[in-house]
Design a protein around this ligand. Structure first.
Ligand code: ARG
Length: 464
């Protein structure tokens, strides 16, 4: 009598080191809810087309649900000799319902079964990530709204450039995470395709109804080619690509939080509950969460690279190499979900230090461009205006002053067209208010961007 579902042709027992080496159960056991749901749908389909009787299907389905409960309650015994989650459940079903269990695997192979489970897992995971991104985006919009009057320096080359609203800066991340959510929704369309019935690779001789299975499992579509259905993992690659890009965005936000919370910047203070201390330096309060998110970005890139490398040049159709797709997939899903959850909790607890931000925006000649624009308004060509303001900056630097701290006679030494109204022109509020070009930082623009974002968010909420 065979011990393994596949060892009929084998004269020798599998070496235990081979069992340990080939087993994936410790990784793929988390697919069990999908494996069972998929098997239940498969049974119903087999009964519908008359390959098994309704009674047999009933027995199998009840047995499968009992096994599901056992797994849910953590009472299930795992064993390397049964390789993977598919064989564990099938073997357990044999103990549970007897010989009829041997009919479950009719018109099916583990090759299409694992593709099915993985797609169902990723479909759920992607939806959860899109939901998490929705909450994160709503959090950013709420912060933007709360701090609508806060001004800070905008940077290029990490050098102070021009003043911007903090709300504008936060909404830049809203845009990035919105595109991430779009990318995940798009990849979801291609994940949501039902592979079962491809069998090992060529399809099956039984009169199965794959569309019925797809309907039972709420799939959008059915894989059109049996070889493609078992051989490709591009849906995971797409997810990992979208996850990598999303992590780039997380890493940039995190980097800014690290910089902003430093003593050099003091733009924000992280809540005690979301910081950690040092075991040697009593004064330290460290931004470990954003630092770790930055670090975890590398893991997700690694996951993408691992699967690209794994899939490269594999001949059709299924190859055992592909069992190695699950560790990077699970790692990326867990890492991204973890980053999302903690960021959503951490962001609202950040204390914004308005005064330091404002002071930083008032020092360092952030109004130089606006002074040049003023001169242009007085009829000076932009290039000459640029040169005049450059001379004023050099002069002011030597005096240890800002442009707006120079006197009118001093300024007139550089250009006669400068009048008293220049000083109003150079205030932070005026500088912000003037940037009304579409997508610019003017408060009115930012306020309507907040409204647009809120509409988008509530529209998406209604859809899902
Ligand atoms: N554990 C395998 C995997 O994850 C399932 C499919 C195995 N198929 C096979 N013919 N050995 O890919």
């Amino acid at each position: 009598m065979s011990e393994k579902p596949w060892d009929g042709r084998f004269a020798e027992r599998t070496d235990t080191s081979v069992e340990a080496f080939t087993a994936s159960i410790q990784t793929d056991k988390r697919l069990y809810p999908y494996d069972i749901e998929g098997s239940v749908a498969h049974c119903r389909m087999l009964a519908k087309v008359g390959v098994i009787t309704d009674d047999e299907a009933g027995t199998l389905v009840e047995g499968l649900w009992r096994i599901k409960r056992e797994l849910d309650q953590g009472q299930f015994q795992f064993d390397d000799s049964l390789e993977d989650i598919h064989m564990h459940i099938e073997a357990r079903l044999l103990q549970e319902v007897g010989k009829v269990a041997q009919k479950l695997h009719t018109a099916r192979s583990r090759n299409d079964q694992v593709a099915l489970d993985t797609r169902m897992f990723l479909r759920d995971a992607t939806r959860r990530i899109i939901d998490g991104l929705h909450t994160l985006r709503a959090t950013l919009v709420a912060m933007a709204e709360k701090h609508i009057d806060v001004i800070l320096p905008g940077y290029t080359h990490l050098q102070r450039a021009q003043p911007v609203l903090l709300a504008h800066h936060l909404l830049a991340y809203y845009e990035m995470f919105s595109r991430d959510a779009d990318r995940f929704s798009d990849s979801l369309k291609r994940t949501d395709v039902m592979p079962l019935g491809a069998a090992a690779l060529a399809g099956t001789t039984y009169p199965i109804d794959r569309h019925y299975t797809a309907e039972l499992l709420h799939f959008r579509d059915v894989a059109a080619n049996s070889m493609d259905a078992v051989a490709d993992r591009d849906f995971i690659l797409e997810f990992l690509s979208a996850a990598s890009i999303c992590m780039v965005h997380f890493s940039r936000l995190s980097e800014e939080l690290v910089i902003w919370s430093s003593s050099e910047f003091r733009f924000i203070e992280l809540a005690d509950a979301f910081s950690t201390g040092s075991s040697i330096m009593p004064q330290k309060k460290n931004p470990d969460i954003p630092e770790l998110i930055r670090g975890k970005t590398g893991r997700v890139f690694g996951d993408l690279m691992a699967l690209l490398t794994l899939m490269k040049s594999l001949p059709l159709a299924y190859n055992r190499d592909m069992q190695e797709d699950k560790p990077p997939l699970f790692d990326a899903v867990d890492t991204l979900q973890g980053c999302l959850d903690i960021t959503i909790k951490m962001l609202p607890t950040i204390r914004i230090k308005h005064d330091t931000m404002r002071l930083a925006a008032s020092e360092g000649f952030l109004n130089a461009t606006d002074m040049a624009d003023y001169l242009v308004g007085q009829g000076v060509a932009f290039r000459s205006a640029h040169a005049i303001v450059g001379q004023c900056v050099a002069y002011a630097l030597a005096q240890g002053k800002e442009l707006h701290q120079l006197s009118l006679p001093e300024l007139n030494g550089f250009s006669k067209v400068i009048q008293q109204d220049l000083f109003d022109h150079l205030t932070l509020e005026r500088m912000i208010a003037r940037r009304q070009s579409y997508g610019g930082t003017a408060t009115d623009n930012v306020q309507s961007a907040i409204e647009t974002a809120k509409k988008q968010l509530s529209g998406e909420g209604a859809d899902s």
